[in-house]
Design a protein around this ligand. Structure first.
Ligand code: GDP
Ligand code: CO
Length: 403
């Protein structure tokens, strides 16, 4: 892959927020040449494959069409471990069963390992109890609904498999080619940094909408535009320099290095993506003292890579957008570094978009603790029964890593 080096990097305490990087060639061949130009960086297929062997891709899914799911699977590069966390219905039609069958079928022909679990599996809930992570359990003792809750389970499984990187790809992507690019971008991002604490976020150049019979290549989604604006306004308020560096506040397609994934707390539901950024800025923006000395020493790198493929996913209607906007802006609003000016602007935006009245504060997001203290051996032991092939499924990836 031939990729621009970041044109600028915004420093915020120990955090290096890199400006968006354009992809010049999706595939730049085998040769690992020295920099052709200081402005571009060449990443060979082998270098990308090496990272992909150490990466798990988590697909959260809830009731998506099977055809979309199968398309997404076909786009995940062969060397990545696939982890599917489903919250699809079991009755009257067992959609989870259908997803599992589709995945098994896929693995049989592609000869690759994969894991699928259901978010509401009682064994998973019990395993979490034994491993000392009860926060995502609801009153019924099972894991709560929500994409973020599914992502947390995905990260735990990736950790169990000994992976060094974990990426997320939604199951409702229409274009397998785009999925493939997202993952390649993650891998490319992980070849760049010095720090072990890295996040790679995909920036969509275009998010097309169908207007009548035409496709309109819209630059931003509605929710992203507003969230980016407020996150940037917080950074600007603290650094005293206006910035537009953040373009990916809502990037569902993003990836984390395991050391970073282990220390991040996660917000529930759709607040999860912007909250990751807010937490990092709060903790490591140099505003408050932090207990994580190693992170301060090494810094955190946030890369934002512009995708060449337009982002086409299932449009879920205005109610869904309103819900996302509320959750997403609430994550920004309740950050301890959110200034009064930005808070007011958020309340106004929520009112303008008729999501909540201007005089009312948005509901506070639920925050789950980081997984760093989870007893992963206890978790492994307890999930054995539902992932009987856990050792064999993971074996390929583990041997690949040792090589
Ligand atoms: P958007 O793309 O951000 O508008 O949100 P979506 O509704 O498309 O959700 C993103 C992904 O998360 C999709 O693949 C959904 O199927 C999946 N998802 C939504 N809710 C849940 C859930 O409760 N659990 C899991 N595991 N996945 C979910
Ligand atoms: Co979607």
């Amino acid at each position: 892959m031939l990729i621009e080096t970041p044109r600028y990097t915004e420093r915020f305490g120990s955090v290096r927020i890199h400006g968006t990087q354009r992809v010049l060639e999706l595939d730049s061949g085998d040769e690992e040449e020295a920099l052709l130009e200081p402005a571009v960086r060449k990443i060979s297929r082998q270098a990308i494959a090496q990272i992909e062997k150490r990466m798990a891709i988590v697909i959260p899914i809830k009731g998506e069409e099977l055809k979309l799911f199968e398309g997404v699977l076909s786009g995940i590069p062969h060397n990545c471990l696939i982890i599917v966390v489903s919250n699809s219905q079991r009755e009257p039609v067992d959609r989870y069963r259908m997803e599992r069958d589709a995945l098994e079928h896929f693995c049989k022909f592609t000869k690759r390992p994969a894991v699928i679990i259901h978010q509401k599996d009682r064994v998973i809930a019990e395993a979490l109890k034994k491993a000392g992570y009860r926060s995502i359990l609801g009153e019924d003792g099972l894991v709560k609904d929500g994409k973020a809750e599914g992502m947390i389970l995905g990260i735990l499984l990736a950790k169990l498999a000994g992976k060094d990187y974990v990426g997320f790809v939604d199951a409702d992507n229409y274009m397998p080619g785009a999925v493939h690019e997202y993952v390649e971008n993650f891998a490319a991002g992980f070849t760049i940094p010095e720090s072990p604490f890295v996040m790679v976020r995909n920036a969509w150049l275009f998010k097309p909408k169908i207007l009548g019979t035409d496709v309109y290549f819209k630059k931003w989604g509605r929710v992203s535009e507003l969230t980016n604006q407020h996150v940037n306004s917080i950074i600007s308020a603290h650094t005293h320099f206006e910035t537009e560096v953040i373009k990916t506040a809502n990037a569902g397609e993003h990836a984390l290095s395991m050391p970073l994934a282990s220390i991040l707390p996660f917000a529930s539901g759709f607040a999860v993506e912007p909250y990751e950024l807010m937490f990092i800025f709060e903790q490591f923006g140099g505003i408050k003292p932090t207990a994580y000395k190693e992170v301060v020493e090494k810094g955190i790198d946030i890369y934002q890579i512009e995708t060449r493929n337009p982002h086409f996913h299932k449009e879920k209607g205005d109610k869904h957008v309103a819900e996302m906007l509320l959750a997403s802006l609430a994550a920004v609003y309740y950050s301890s570094i959110c200034d009064e000016e930005t808070k007011k602007a958020i309340r106004n935006d929520l009112a303008r978009h008729k999501v909540s009245p201007a005089n009312r504060e948005p509901p506070k997001p639920v925050i789950y603790p980081p997984i760093k203290n989870v007893n992963i051996d206890a978790f492994r032991e307890a999930v054995k029964e539902i992932i009987p092939a856990v050792e064999t499924m993971f074996k390929n990836s583990l041997t690949a890593k040792r090589k």
